[in-house]
Design a protein around this ligand. Structure first.
Ligand code: PLP
Length: 368
C-alpha cells in the first residue's frame, strides 16, 4: 500500500457530505433577517426532543452551559443546595466537573471500570454519604454508561440522575431507549467534532420535567420567565438560528453516520491483533471515540504518525491532576491514571474509506 494521509477527523469532509443542503439552510436563515429565538430554534428543539425521546429540549450556547444550567436550575428549584455532593466519574472530560463546582456543589470522583472505561457501578455505593444528592453519569467515548444497578442506586438513595450526553448522541441503552432520555435531565454538546456537530458552539438540555424545563429556559435567557420579568439572576446561553438550522439538517443523517462509525469499530475490534494493544468492551456505543489501551502508547502514536495516521489522546491529564483542582492533586485514582497513560484514540468517523480503515489496522498490527 502506498503512503496515505489520514486526519483524525476531517470536518471539511464531514460538511461536504451534505454541503449543498447545509448551505441552503444557512442562506435561508441569513435571508430571513431573524437570528435568535426563531423558527429554526423551535424546529430543532422539537426534532431533537423527538429524536431523544424526551418531552422537552432547550437549546443552549454549548454543552458546558447545558450541564451548568441543569445544576443551577435544581438549585433554584430548591432540590439542590450549596455543598451537596454529586458523584461523577474520575476519568471524564473536565467540563462535567466544572459544571458541578461552578454551582458550589461538591464533586465526588468515582473510578471507571477498566473493561468499559465507564463509571464503575460497584464503587458508587461506597462513595455515597448523607450529603449525596445526584449522580452525573458521562457516556464517555459514546459508550452508554447507564446500568440497571445505577438505576437501583438512584432509587434506593433518592438521587437525581443527570446524563452528560456530549459524546453519545443516538447511543442505545436498550432497543427503544437512547442515552439522554434515561435520567432526570441530560446535557448535550454540539461542538463541531461531536457526532452531531454544529459550525461553532451549541448545546442542549433534554428532560421530561416541566418545572426543570421552565427554569432552565429562563436561566439561559438572562433569568427571564417572560419579557422584562426576572425571577433568577440568569445568563445568556442560547442556540442561534444558524446553528439550529444546520443541526436540523445534520440530525437527519446522525443514525447513518453512527452506523458507519459502528461498522468501522467492529472491523477494528475483529482485526487489531497486537500483543501491546487492548480494545475496549463497548456493548452499546456510537463510537464518538474509538479508544484502545496500549502499553507503549507514545511509541505507537509516533509510528502511526510516521505512516500518515493522525491519532488523539482522550485525555492525557485527568481532572484530579489538573492545577485548577489542586486540592485533589494528591488523590489516587489508579485506573483513571492508567487510562490517561495508555489510551489512544484511532480515527473513527463516517468519512473514512474502507481502504483507510484497513491501512490503519495493518499499520497498527505491524507495530510490534
Ligand atoms: C464536549 C464535552 C463537554 C462540553 O461541551 P462543549 O459544547 O464543548 O461545552 C462536556 N462533557 C463532555 C464529556 C464532552 O465531551
Amino acid at each position: 500500500m502506498g503512503a496515505m494521509k489520514i486526519d483524525y477527523l476531517s470536518l471539511k469532509k464531514v460538511t461536504s457530505m451534505h454541503g449543498e443542503e447545509i448551505h441552503t439552510a444557512v442562506s435561508n436563515v441569513i435571508d430571513s433577517g431573524w437570528y435568535l429565538n426563531g423558527e429554526a430554534t423551535t424546529t430543532f428543539e422539537r426534532q431533537y426532543a423527538n429524536y431523544i425521546g424526551s418531552k422537552h429540549c432547550i437549546g443552549c450556547g454549548n454543552g458546558l452551559d447545558a450541564l451548568t444550567i441543569i445544576f443551577r436550575s435544581y438549585k433554584e428549584l430548591g432540590i439542590l443546595k450549596d455543598g451537596d455532593e454529586v458523584i461523577v466519574p474520575a476519568n471524564t472530560y473536565i467540563a462535567s466537573i466544572l459544571s458541578i463546582t461552578a454551582n458550589n456543589l461538591t464533586p465526588v470522583l468515582v473510578e471507571p471500570n477498566i473493561s468499559t472505561l465507564q463509571i464503575d457501578d460497584t464503587k458508587i455505593e461506597n462513595a455515597i454519604t448523607k450529603n449525596t444528592r445526584a449522580i452525573l453519569i458521562v457516556h464517555l467515548y459514546g459508550i452508554c454508561a447507564y446500568t440497571e444497578e445505577i438505576g437501583r442506586i438512584c432509587k434506593n438513595h433518592n438521587l437525581l440522575l443527570i446524563e452528560d450526553n456530549a459524546q453519545a448522541h443516538g447511543c442505545n441503552y436498550s432497543e427503544n431507549i437512547i442515552t439522554g432520555s434515561i435520567g432526570n435531565a441530560a446535557a448535550h454538546s454540539f461542538y463541531p467534532g461531536k457526532n452531531l456537530g454544529a459550525f461553532g458552539d451549541a448545546g442542549a438540555i433534554t428532560t421530561d420535567d416541566d418545572r426543570l424545563n421552565d427554569t432552565a429556559r429562563a436561566i439561559g435567557n438572562y433569568g427571564s420567565s417572560r419579557k422584562y420579568v426576572f425571577p433568577y439572576k440568569g445568563m445568556n446561553s442560547r442556540i442561534d438560528e444558524i446553528q439550529a438550522a444546520i443541526l436540523s439538517v445534520k440530525l437527519k443523517y446522525l443514525d447513518q453516520d453512527n452506523a458507519r462509525r459502528i461498522a468501522i469499530a467492529k472491523y477494528y475490534n475483529e482485526n487489531i491483533i497486537n500483543r501491546n494493544i487492548k480494545t475496549v468492551n463497548a456493548l452499546n456505543s456510537v463510537y464518538h471515540i474509538y479508544p484502545i489501551l496500549c502499553s507503549n502508547r507514545d511509541l505507537i502514536r509516533l509510528r502511526l504518525k510516521d505512516k500518515g495516521i493522525e491519532t488523539m489522546v482522550h485525555y492525557p491529564i485527568p481532572p484530579h491532576k489538573q492545577k485548577c483542582y489542586r486540592e485533589w492533586n494528591n488523590f489516587s485514582f489508579p485506573i483513571t491514571e492508567y487510562i490517561a497513560d495508555n489510551e489512544l484514540s484511532l480515527p473513527c468517523n463516517q468519512v473514512l474509506t474502507d481502504s483507510e480503515v484497513e491501512y490503519i489496522v495493518s499499520t497498527l498490527n505491524s507495530c510490534q
